[in-house]
Design a binder for this molecule. Structure first.
Ligand code: FAD
Length: 454
């Protein structure tokens, strides 16, 4: 059947349309398959067609045509999201922004680029100018700046600067509305943040302006330990040590390191590992601290060696840990959790004691949005049933740990229903017809009459 979406290439023949059903299917997916629940719930959900605009004018042409015909638009960066964020629930068009990727400028400690730029490409441009991004998700090689803002949280660097959402990290966005006559508006500060982590439901981000940090030639190390408590204490003390400059502190309890087959020679069986990026001038201090806790530096690469070998420990941290583990054991899944800053160590130990064997502890050390030292969990789970998975999440809540459920695809469900009402007002302003990734922002849908899409 020919739908309104299928007729778009005829209307706009100069654009780069993707009609091949296999490719459109692929562009309709992300890494939601990490979750057995999402894999089932999102099966078969797909766009009718995809388009890869190269300029703001081409984006405007697509948006105007879709708004006039009532066709849903789902924005896509690189599709590395984990919650089906770029999977359309109601067909329509995938607006693939990966070709809208020009680097803008770096001035002082600030940088600007088009939304489709890959994070690795941004840093490659910024570093010779003495600056780098404040947060690097482990997907930085392929993930886009717009996608990180639309669906991500943070990454390596969040130990210093907190998540993207911390005030002052993202300075401004230039965004397009979805209307027959699309409007382009620059939003700054808190207003810009209303488009953050809203899965492309309340505006199309064209450009981002972000605060940067002075570039450092990070040394990458693994400290390995025989004892869980000693490894945890080291990770926490190193993470908090104000004089030791670092970009990443990732704690992996046994047996997680054993999933890293490509690092096997550096990780003895049964060890607990702390993966870290440290400034060269802080390495000696880090080593002293590791030795005090009975740790052994079992892997070390300078920034030059990392570059020459094209292999970085960043790609073993955050959700790359989960990816490596899933390659070895398909029956695993994961949860995301936020500890209570003042009680983090006690909570980690209590949960380790309660769930050891079924839940494997993976912690990412960071600062909260408010600046407190903390850790967040990306624990690996030996999956049995959805019921047990929910119980495990409840056990965490019972210990006072916050769960950011990665097995849901609605914006509010991943935020314990704490949605700023201004997000909904922003959607009303940028997407009055409700065409952007429909079905994902429940608070907005709830105040609209029922809509049928093709
Ligand atoms: P997509 O997946 O393409 O898009 C994400 C969301 O943003 C979608 O809802 C999309 O509609 C929306 N969007 C994209 N571009 C725009 C735009 N221009 N305007 C409006 N909306 C837009 N996340 C982290 O935060 N930290 C990590 O360390 C991390 N590690 C990961 C590791 C693995 C192995 C995987 C699979 C995922 C990981 N993620 C992580 C999640 C994901 O990689 C990040 O969120 C990433 O930054 C998304 O970028 P993307 O370009 O792939 O976005």
């Amino acid at each position: 059947t020919t739908t309104a979406a299928h007729q778009l290439p005829e209307q706009l023949p100069d654009l780069d349309w993707i009609t091949d059903p296999l490719r459109v299917g692929r562009l309709s997916q992300d890494f939601a398959w990490f979750s057995p629940v999402l894999k089932r719930e999102l099966a078969g959900k797909r766009a009718e067609i995809a388009v890869r605009p190269r300029s703001e004018d081409e984006i405007r042409q697509v948006v105007a045509a879709c708004a006039s015909a009532g066709i849903p638009i789902t924005v896509r960066g690189s599709g590395t999201g984990n919650y089906g964020q770029c999977t359309p629930l109601h067909g329509g068009v995938i607006l693939d922004l990966s070709a809208y990727n020009a680097f803008g400028w770096v001035r002082g400690g600030v940088g600007r680029a088009q939304a489709g730029i890959r994070l690795a490409d941004f840093d490659a441009q910024a570093k010779p100018l003495g600056q780098e991004l404040r947060w690097l998700p482990s997907t930085y090689r392929s993930a886009t700046l717009g996608g990180l803002f639309g669906g991500g949280f943070g990454g390596a660097g969040s130990i210093n600067h907190g998540p993207l959402a911390a005030p002052g990290n993202v300075l401004a966005v230039r965004a397009m509305s979805v209307e027959p006559d699309p409007q382009v508006i620059e939003l700054r500060g808190a207003e810009a943040m209303r488009l953050h982590h809203t899965y492309g439901t309340n505006g199309i981000v064209l450009e981002l302006e972000v605060a940067l940090t002075p570039a450092i030639a990070w040394t990458e190390c693994i400290a390995s330990f025989d004892d869980f408590d000693a490894a945890l204490e080291f990770a926490d003390r190193f993470a908090c040590a104000p004089g030791l400059e670092k970009k990443e502190v990732c704690f992996l309890a046994a047996p997680i390191p054993e999933y890293f087959t490509s690092l096997a020679e550096h990780l003895r069986a049964g060890c607990h590992a702390v993966l870290l990026l440290v400034a060269p001038h802080s390495e000696a201090g880090m080593r002293e601290m590791a030795a005090l806790h009975g740790g052994q530096i079992s892997y070390r690469k300078t920034a030059e060696e990392v570059k020459a070998g094209n292999k970085t420990l960043v790609e073993y941290t955050w959700n790359h840990t989960t990816l490596h583990a899933l390659k070895i054991d398909k029956n695993l899944t994961y949860i995301q959790s936020g500890f209570t800053p003042q009680r983090r160590i006690e909570q980690v130990k209590a949960l380790q004691a309660a769930l050891q064997g079924e839940v494997m502890m993976h912690l990412e050390f960071l600062r909260t949005k408010e600046g407190a030292p903390n850790c967040s969990g990306l624990q690996l789970i030996r999956y049995t049933t959805e019921e047990r998975l929910n119980q495990i999440m409840q056990i965490h809540r019972d210990h006072g740990v916050q769960i950011n459920n990665p097995h849901v695809y609605i914006v509010e469900d991943g935020k314990q229903n704490n949605l700023d009402p201004a997000v909904v007002a922003t959607k009303q302003r940028f997407d009055p017809q409700g065409l952007l990734n429909p079905g994902k922002l429940r608070s907005w849908e709830a105040v609209q009459p029922v809509r049928q899409t093709a």
